[in-house]
Each structure stands twice: as C-alpha cells, then as structure tokens.
Write a protein of this length. Structure first.
Length: 356
C-alpha cells in the first residue's frame, strides 16, 4: 500500500512538472488591464494636421507675435506590425478651410518620431520650416495683403526627449497612440526622464515688424539660437468606460538649463543662461475593441525660450492632430518575417528593450 501511495505521489509530481514545462511563458504585463495585438496588422485611414508656431512676446505687451506655418490637413493611411508603424499622406489643399494661399508657402522637412514602448515614451525632434505668416493678429495695416507673410523666416528644432513609464505593467501608451493594444481598465503611470534640444530661428530682417518695434524690447533681433537640457517628470492616465470608451492624458514638464544667443540687425551679439520649464502634452479619446479602433489625438511640444532682454521671451511649439480608424487583421507571412528580422537585428545591437 505504501509503495502504491509513493508511486502515485511521484507520478503526480512528474505530471505537475510536465504541465509547468508546456505552459506558455507568463505575460510581461497584466493582461487584466490591457491586451496587445502586436502580431496582427493594423491598417486604416487617417486625417492629420500639423502646425508649428514661432512667437515672441513682451512682458508688458498687449499681444504676442505668432508666426505660424501654412500647411493643409493631410489624408493618408497608417500601417503597423509589432514594433514598426508607418504612415503616408497627401495634402488636401484648399479643402482645408484654415489653409489659404494668401498666407504664403511653407517648406518643411519634419521628422517627428515617437517611441512608444511598454516602459519607454520618447520623442525624436527634427523640424525645419521656412515660410511663416502672422497668425491671430488684428488686421495688419502694414501688410501688403490680407496677411503679413514672412517667407524669409526659418526655424529648426533638433533633439530628443525620453521618459521611463514606471507602471508599464498596467498602463499602455500604445493603445491610444500606436493602435496595437486595448486598454480595458483604467490605469496610470508616473514618468521620469530627460531631454536635450537645440533650435534656432532666423530672418532676413528683424522678427518684429518696424511698425510694432516700440512694443518689443527685442525688436532688433533677426537671429537666435538656443540649447536646452535637463530632467523630465510627468504623469499619464487612461480612463476607461465599460472597457471600450477611453480618454487618455499625458503631461510632462522639463526642468531645463538653457542658453540663448541672439544677433541683432546692427550686428550686436548677446548670450544668456537661464532656467526653462518646458512642457509636453498628449491627449486622446476614442473607442477600442479587439478588431478595430477609432481615435482622435493631439501631441503638443512647447519650448519656452528666454531672451537677453528680460522683459521679452520666445516660444517655439508644434501641434499634431490625428483622427485614425484602424482594423486589426491577419498579417500573413511576408510582413512578419521582415519585421521579425528587424527585431532580431535590433536585439543583437542591444536595443531590444526599446521595442518591448
């Protein structure tokens, strides 16, 4: 009898070990909060609107000067699988009521890449814009047409901002911005990181029109450049209603040390170091299911730049609005093979953690 009991005990133990060996590995995140569909192809149409603004403001002035790009809303497609998501679009031209030829022509070379991982949120900045018009200003009597146009003004922004998501096990940044995940329960996370930004702006003449020069102590500046670097802290949260309807907000503040160099129309050069609390915002709202997702979102990066004139300052910011509908479908064999090869290559370089 004892031998029979011992035999049953060892058989049960062996069966338990066997069962543990054949089960799938535990998920790296809490699937009761969100689910990922990274092995499905996400595909669908999108509407996208980008806008960049370079402004100068006087402390005691009645209004800031806001120079804005003139770019139409674009219609396109987005496609993604696993860690890679790309989109292409074409401008709608005058079908966009905000886009008017009288505002001048903007030439842009913008590459804004977001890294949205389970534990990482990053922004890579590469923006070059030339050609602006004065936006939101009372009728500019000094303009030749309906708008004061500055085809000579050129701005550039280069840099990166990275934030670690501390609660990536329950909160997914991918659900509202990459479309390969479904957040089914409300969750949030604190963010910590850092950034480095370099930017400049220049014109053939002073940024401030001569008719308004008395309102701005930095009225003679025609070229300025700045660098910013420092730590970042923030918070992100998704509120979910009945598993499908969601609202996401992400706020991060950058406590940067900054330097501004300015050159005036008379050739005078000035440099100043100071502290700059910059701001990054994200927001999204939509409806999510296992097979499809509809999302409206905005991403805004705002850089507050000091002038050597302490009663004046600048801002350089960009906004991106998106309306996206995607389906999650079978990816076939070719696309997964290519993407998986890329993942292995990135893993071999030691950057696989960025793709998780």
């Amino acid at each position: 009898m004892k031998r029979t009991i011992l035999l049953l005990f060892f058989l049960s133990a062996a069966a338990l070990v066997f069962c543990q060996d054949v089960t799938t590995p535990q998920s790296p995140y809490d699937t009761s909060f969100y689910k990922r569909y990274n092995h499905r192809l996400t595909l669908g149409p999108l509407l996208i609107k980008k806008n960049s603004v370079y402004s100068t403001h006087a402390k005691d002035g009645e209004f800031p000067l806001k120079y804005s790009t003139n770019s139409p809303t674009r219609l396109g497609m987005t496609i993604g699988y696993d860690w890679l998501s790309v989109s292409g679009s074409v401008g709608l031209g005058t079908l966009d009521p905000d886009y008017k030829k009288e505002k001048g022509k903007t030439r842009s070379a913008n590459f804004q890449m977001s890294v949205n991982g389970r534990s990482l949120l990053g922004d890579l900045h590469f923006q070059v814009n030339k050609g602006f018009y004065l936006r939101g200003q009372q009728d500019p009597s000094f303009a030749a047409g309906d708008y004061y146009v500055r085809p000579d003004i050129k701005t550039q922004i280069f840099g990166a901002t990275f934030r670690k998501i501390l609660n990536g096990d329950r909160f997914s940044i991918k659900a509202p911005f990459v479309y390969d995940s479904w957040q089914q329960r409300s969750a949030g996370s604190f963010l910590i990181g850092g950034e480095f930004i370099y930017g400049n702006a220049q014109g053939d003449s002073a940024f401030v029109p001569a008719n308004l020069s008395t309102h701005f102590p930095n009225a003679t500046v025609r070229y300025m450049r700045y660098i910013m670097f420092g730590p970042t802290a923030g918070y992100a949260h998704t509120f979910v209603v009945k598993k499908h309807l969601f609202f996401t907000g992400v706020v991060s503040v950058n406590g940067d040390a900054a330097q501004t160099f300015e050159k005036t129309t008379t050739g005078e050069e000035r440099t100043r170091w100071y502290f700059s609390p910059n701001l990054s915002l994200r927001g999204a709202a939509g409806y999510n299911t296992e097979k499809w997702e509809l999302t409206a979102s905005i991403i805004s990066n705002r850089f507050f730049i000091g002038s050597n004139e302490k009663d004046a300052n600048y801002q350089n910011y960009s906004d991106q609005f998106r309306l996206v509908y995607v389906r999650r479908i079978n990816a076939g064999k070719t696309i997964p093979a290519i993407i998986n090869w890329g993942r292995r290559a990135i893993n071999n370089l030691g950057f696989g953690w960025v793709l998780d």
